[in-house]
Design a protein around this ligand. Structure first.
Ligand code: KG4
Ligand code: ZN
Length: 334
């Protein structure tokens, strides 16, 4: 008998549904909430309302596209956390209600583990154990992945996430939210060595991104006092330079983690893994460092239900089901 799972992702500002059949992701339907662009960041209340509007159409589209009747579903998976409480509540409540109506089990998925397990949607996949640099708007972690279930965070940020640093720097130079992809796009025509920004090196495998964001803010503010066209004239160089600094910071700890653990299977995951400088740099240094590098395709880097479906399949096989009493865990850890 086929194992057909419907997976739902609603942790932040994407409402997404996916169908996985016998471990093969069939589709990945994503409704992006553009409303937040006007506010310089995700507005939790608006995210919840948009999830509420989008969830039924998105789920119906995933079922229709995969040609799966509701009555043929084996389980329904949902993102339990981490994420915004009100946003998680929509996916959690929807999944539990639908599963209750159909009399099938629910599977509660950890969003950060799912970002990592996105590597098993397409081949080639990393071999266990591997290191995963998980970089998103809310997290910056180096995770030692022993199996689909057993993972350990060996490095993390003391303050902001790297995606947050990208978005905040983008906002300083006038980009709408989320500015990370716009920095990436403009950096392609800029000089990465034009501007230097001081950053404090943290001990061990710790990151800190709040200092660099402040240094960027002060630098731009001071230059604008001298020439109020400074941002306009130098936008591409500013993007390339801040992007290079952030990527350098990510690499310095990743190299250290690989050296400390002796693991050379290296994966990246999360929204910032869509960054082209990060991807190019990995490509350039992999031979020198003897790394096997794994990068998910774009659609599985940012928030998506395909990765929730993949994680749910592993949990289904391990018999790791949740109950109808499950509640969102906004601060869920790996
Ligand atoms: O994983 P994700 O979609 O959502 C969270 O769980 O946070 O990550 C979103 C983050 C945002 O900060 C966004 O600016 C960043 O990923 N991002 C990028 C790029 N694409 C998305 N940052 C830099 N370059 C990109 N190409
Ligand atoms: Zn995410």
């Amino acid at each position: 008998m086929n194992i057909n799972i419907l997976a739902i992702e609603s942790s932040c500002d994407e409402t997404s549904a996916s169908i996985i059949i016998n471990g093969k992701v069939q589709n990945n339907i994503v409704a992006t909430q553009s409303i937040h662009e006007n506010y310089g960041g995700v507005v939790p209340e608006l995210a919840s309302r948009a999830h509420q509007q989008n969830i039924i159409p998105v789920v119906n589209e995933a079922l229709k596209d995969a040609n799966i009747a509701k009555s043929n579903l084996s389980a329904i998976a949902f993102t339990q956390g981490p994420g915004l409480l009100g946003a998680l509540l929509i996916g959690t409540s929807f999944a539990k209600s639908m599963a209750l109506a159909l009399g099938i089990p629910v599977i509660a998925v950890n969003h950060m583990k799912a970002h990592i397990l996105a590597h098993f949607i397409e081949s080639p996949s990393p071999k266990f154990p591997f290191l995963c640099l998980t970089v998103s708007g809310g997290h910056t972690q180096i995770v030692k992945v022993e199996s689909a279930i057993k993972m350990e965070v060996i490095g993390t940020t003391k303050d902001d996430a790297v995606g947050e640093a990208f978005d905040k720097c983008a906002k300083i130079i006038g980009f709408p939210y989320p500015g990370g992809p716009l920095i990436d796009q403009h950096a392609k025509s800029g000089d990465p060595n034009r501007f230097k920004f001081p950053n404090t090196e943290m001990p061990g495998l710790f990151y800190s991104f709040s200092g660099i964001k402040t240094a960027f803010l002060y630098f731009v503010r001071d230059e604008m006092k001298k020439d109020d066209q400074f941002i306009e004239k130098n936008r591409n160089d500013l993007c390339a330079s801040i992007q290079k600094t952030l990527v350098d910071m990510l690499f310095s700890k990743l190299k250290k983690a690989s050296k400390n653990t002796g693991i050379n299977q290296i994966a990246i995951a999360g929204g910032v893994s869509a960054n082209s400088e990060l991807r190019n740099r990995l490509d350039q240094i992999k031979d020198k460092l003897n790394w096997d590098v794994f990068i998910p395709s774009f659609q599985y880097c940012t928030d998506n239900a395909g990765m929730i479906a993949m994680a749910a399949h592993f949990q289904y096989e391990a018999g790791d089901f949740s109950t109808y009493h499950a509640v969102p865990q906004p601060r869920m850890q790996i």
